[in-house]
Design a protein around this ligand. Structure first.
Ligand SMILES: NC(=O)C1=CN([C@@H]2O[C@H](COP(=O)(O)OP(=O)(O)OC[C@H]3O[C@@H](n4cnc5c(N)ncnc54)[C@H](O)[C@@H]3O)[C@@H](O)[C@H]2O)C=CC1
Ligand SMILES: O=C(O)[C@H]1O[C@H](OP(=O)(O)OP(=O)(O)OC[C@H]2O[C@@H](n3ccc(=O)[nH]c3=O)[C@H](O)[C@@H]2O)[C@H](O)[C@@H](O)[C@@H]1O
Length: 466
């Protein structure tokens, strides 16, 4: 029999917890959903009556929060109360790459997940279904189970793995129309009941055949592998973009030509300045670490190459800029269009822009940045985090603007690093007129039309094209 869930708690009000729970609240009006987080500022933003202050920019999210918040969707810092009252608890906290100790630079840091498990163990007085929503290394569920089973409160915990596949910028659409939902759990009667309970939530809006039930380990591993395959496609096409630039081949034509093969498919074949985001690199590093820890050196080396190629793509872009700008950018004004790791998000984690700009600053360029959704504070924080130079120097060499056209005045070059739609509609004639000549544009997103840009008079470089 499937247990009917009426109260859910989600620990972690981030890019996954916020949108995922908002959609569950919208689609399941009879379920009360409480999202808890230890970050007071984040929770205040989620509760702000001014919806433009939500901590996450995601198309369609504001409307859902407006509709459900205060009805069956709640945001709170009272983690203990959230745990105590819920029948089902999602763990959706961050799992960054470890920056210390064993596995430093590769393994996932599970300290936040473990803290959640210990907290649940301490607080829970009734049976709970605990759902791993965070992306976790294979066999983490066993660690969570061990902590929970030793809680001493005598309650039963069922652990499920339910990785999330949404992409930022399209999160709401991805959740509404998920290709599949993966639910991993035990094959015991209580494990099956827990899987069916979670399944029944998704069945409010998704066809049953898209909800796949597996064992826990397959579910955990599938998440890492899905991200590794997606990132591998980007690195593969980026590697060919370098070859196109040396020949008369055009990466767009090559992508189209191979994408027409139904076995290859057209998606995720856009050459770029390199993939970013909080997960691709982290999850591949994690996969590499796991493979190596099982002695599978060749497997580890194979996947590591995806990241090596991505780093190469970013540095190749910077090298090309410097060479084109007569081998020096020192004292030259370079305007950066786009800081987010992709369009339609304010997330900047691992964004290619951070590394491109850091390298240009090392060459003493003067940088001005425009991004429609990323704040000045965030841009400086990203650079300061790299610790390449002092915060004072970063603020001296880089300015942030909200006027992209005006910023181009007397600039030597513009680099497009995020594919925001609005960049297509800028007045490029005006921009050209106000720049120093020759006026260079380096398009790391293949956003603009080469003929038009050449026609205006720009020296226009489009990644993957001679
Ligand atoms: N960002 C994305 O698009 C996707 C992320 N994922 C995975 O989902 C997980 C979460 O990622 P994001 O939402 O991006 O992270 P995030 O950093 O945006 O949010 C995590 C939140 O958890 C909170 N938190 C940490 N420890 C806590 C604790 N002990 N108690 C209460 N709150 C706590 C933090 O304050 C933070 O607000 C990660 O494992 C990630 O790999 C999976 C699919 C997509
Ligand atoms: O686990 C995660 O965090 C998520 O990671 C990715 O989602 P996300 O990183 O939000 O965004 P993507 O659309 O995958 O883009 C990742 C990066 O690759 C770049 N990219 C993507 C596609 C492409 O063809 N070319 C390309 O350069 C994007 O610009 C971006 O920098 C996956 O697509 C999601 O399925 C997954 O849930």
């Amino acid at each position: 029999m499937t247990r009917k869930i009426t109260k859910i708690c989600c620990i972690g009000a981030g890019y996954v917890g916020g949108p995922t729970m908002s959609v569950i609240a919208k689609k399941c009006p009879e379920i009360t959903v409480t999202v808890v987080d230890i970050n007071q500022e984040r929770i205040d933003q989620w509760n702000d009556s001014d919806l433009s202050k939500l901590p996450i920019y995601e198309p369609g999210l504001r409307e859902i929060v407006q509709e459900t918040r205060g009805k069956n969707l709640f945001f709170s810092t009272d983690v203990d109360k959230g745990i105590e009252e819920a029948e089902m608890i999602f763990i959706s906290v961050n799992t960054p790459t470890k920056t210390y100790g064993k596995g430093k630079g590769q393994a996932a840091d599970l300290k936040y997940v473990e803290l959640c498990a210990r907290n649940i163990a301490k607080i829970a007085k009734t049976d709970k279904i605990v759902v791993e929503k965070s992306t976790l290394p294979v066999r983490t569920a066993a660690a969570i189970k061990s902590i929970l089973d030793n809680s001493g409160n005598g309650v039963n915990f069922e652990i499920l793995s339910n990785p999330e596949f949404l992409a930022e910028g399209t999160a709401i659409n991805d959740l509404f129309h998920a290709d599949r939902v993966l639910i991993g759990g035990d094959d015991t009667p209580s494990g099956q009941e827990a899987k069916d309970s979670l399944s029944s939530i998704y069945e409010h809006w998704l066809p049953k055949e898209r909800i796949l039930q597996t064992n826990v380990w397959s579910s955990e591993l599938s998440k890492l592998v899905a991200n590794a395959f997606l990132a591998q496609r980007v690195s593969s096409i980026n590697s060919i973009s370098a070859l196109c630039e040396k020949t008369d081949a055009n990466i767009e034509e090559v992508s189209k030509a191979i994408g027409y093969d139904s076995r290859i498919g057209p998606k995720f074949l856009n050459a770029s300045v390199g993939f970013g985001g909080s997960c691709f690199q982290k999850d591949i590093l994690n996969l590499v670490y796991i493979a190596r820890s099982f002695g599978l050196q060749e497997v580890a080396d194979y996947w590591e190459q995806v990241i090596i190629l991505n780093d190469y793509q970013k540095s190749r872009f910077v090298d090309h800029m410097i060479t084109t700008l007569y081998n020096t950018v020192a004292g030259k004004k370079i305007v950066i269009y786009g800081w987010a790791f992709k369009k339609d998000t304010n997330d900047t984690r691992e964004s290619a822009a951070i590394y491109v700009v850091d390298a240009l600053l090392e060459e003493n360029a003067e940088i001005t940045v425009y991004d429609p959704q990323v704040s000045e504070n965030k841009i400086y924080a990203d650079l300061d985090y790299l610790d390449t130079r002092s915060p004072e120097e970063n603020r001296k060499l880089l300015t942030v603007t909200d006027e992209p056209v005006k910023a181009a005045m007397e600039a030597h070059a513009i680099a497009i690093l995020t594919e925001w739609d609005e960049f297509k509609n800028l007045d490029w004639q005006d921009i050209y007129k106000s720049m120093l000549k020759p006026a260079f544009v380096f398009d790391g997103r293949r956003l603009l039309n080469k003929e038009t840009m050449d026609g205006i008079g720009f020296k226009y470089y489009k990644i993957g094209q001679k």
